[in-house]
Ligand binder design. Structure first.
Ligand SMILES: Cc1cc2nc3c(=O)[nH]c(=O)nc-3n(C[C@H](O)[C@H](O)[C@H](O)COP(=O)(O)OP(=O)(O)OC[C@H]3O[C@@H](n4cnc5c(N)ncnc54)[C@H](O)[C@@H]3O)c2cc1C
Length: 314
């Protein structure tokens, strides 16, 4: 008699993996800025899924939690990235369009955005409190430093409200006149909120967070990134989150040039450290002393962090 090929092979009984701490915040709207939010819609995987995927590559099963932690930390430290792609997360976000313009540059997510061709634009625009107008940073063209006097900020905030109200009014007039939504929207401010569903795997989410939680990122997107990191990823994959802070966000990278100078400082050879920095072109002088040099400035920050002396400043 021939074998019955219609019978399914005995399946291993699996339970859908979940993370109770994250389940508790499913659907919760975390407020960001004055009218934005991040809402967890769905997720797949956990710390355990990363371990499971990594172990399959060398054919070993589950181990003790302490070994799992060690493995995850090893994978992250050594940039073994694919196991982290086993985890996915779907967020519903509400973000001002200028911030979204930075966000959407991250190409590895799956995105569906609210359509202002199809629907009336969301009637909300991000507003700035009088005390929150940031000054242009003197040394960093892309950054801000300190705040405008709140007294002066009163007028800036008042003018902001006026321009937002006026542009909304004009938008409404165009719609009332029968202008298409796709054209009527063109003068709405960048502060107008948009919404999107945003799905990304953990590897690429960590990349997003490392760029957007960083001090160099604009404050507004930093607020979103920090919320996603500290409120969501930390609950979802706590071991990964800890390793990410240790090996990514709070790491210190030294270039070959910097290692050479740190070596000389360690040997107590200040003169050699200065010679090397001079050779790298870091210590050029002008009339007012040392000329600005971005790489040298960054290295000086690292020396401060390491509590080491700056040889050319003593
Ligand atoms: C502080 C800051 C300032 C910035 N300033 C500017 C600016 O002035 N002007 C500007 O235009 N942008 C600017 N950006 C955006 C920046 O250049 C990147 O476009 C953005 O951060 C997305 O980074 P990414 O490409 O690494 O990320 P993702 O798009 O998420 O991609 C993740 C990784 O996938 C890989 N990848 C994705 N797509 C490709 C591809 N097509 N080919 C090869 N590899 C790919 C890369 O390794 C990439 O790092 C700035 C970003 C930051 C954080």
């Amino acid at each position: 008699m021939s074998e019955d090929t219609t019978k399914a092979p005995e399946a291993e009984q699996l339970v859908r993996p979940s993370v109770p701490a994250l389940d508790k915040v499913l659907g919760v709207k975390f407020d960001v800025l004055d009218d934005g939010f991040v809402r967890l819609v769905d997720y797949m995987g956990s710390d355990a899924a990363i371990v499971q995927a990594a172990r399959v590559s060398y054919g070993k099963g589950t181990k003790k939690t302490s070994q799992d932690r060690g493995l995850i930390r090893y994978l992250l430290r050594h940039r073994h990235t694919t196991p982290f792609e086993m985890c996915e997360i779907k967020l519903h976000v509400r973000v001002p369009m200028d911030c979204w313009r930075q966000w959407i540059r991250h190409r590895t997510a799956n995105v569906n955005e609210y359509s202002t061709r199809y629907s009336i634009a969301i009637d909300a625009a991000q507003q700035t409190e009088p005390s929150q107008w940031r000054r242009q940073a003197p040394g960093n063209k892309q950054g801000s430093k300190g705040f405008i006097d709140p007294g002066d900020g009163e007028l800036l905030s008042k003018r902001e409200r006026e321009i937002q109200d006026a542009s909304r009014e004009v938008y409404q007039e165009r719609l009332d006149a029968g202008v298409s939504r796709e054209q009527a929207r063109k003068d709405l401010p960048l502060a107008t909120y948009t919404e999107a569903y945003w799905k990304i795997d953990l590897h690429n989410l960590l990349h997003f967070l490392s760029l957007r939680m960083d001090d160099h990122a604009q404050m507004e997107i930093r607020e979103y990134a920090k919320l996603i990191g500290y409120e969501i990823v930390s609950q979802w994959c706590p071991i990964v989150w800890e390793a990410f802070l240790d090996y990514n966000m709070e790491k210190l990278v030294l270039s070959r040039l910097e290692i050479d100078i740190v070596g000389a400082i360690g040997r107590g050879d200040k003169q050699r450290a200065i010679e090397m920095a001079t050779g790298f072109g870091w210590l050029k002088r002008g009339e007012k002393g040392l000329l600005r040099h971005r790489e040298r400035n960054e290295f000086e920050q690292k020396l401060k962090q390491l509590n080491l002396p700056i040889p050319w400043k003593e």
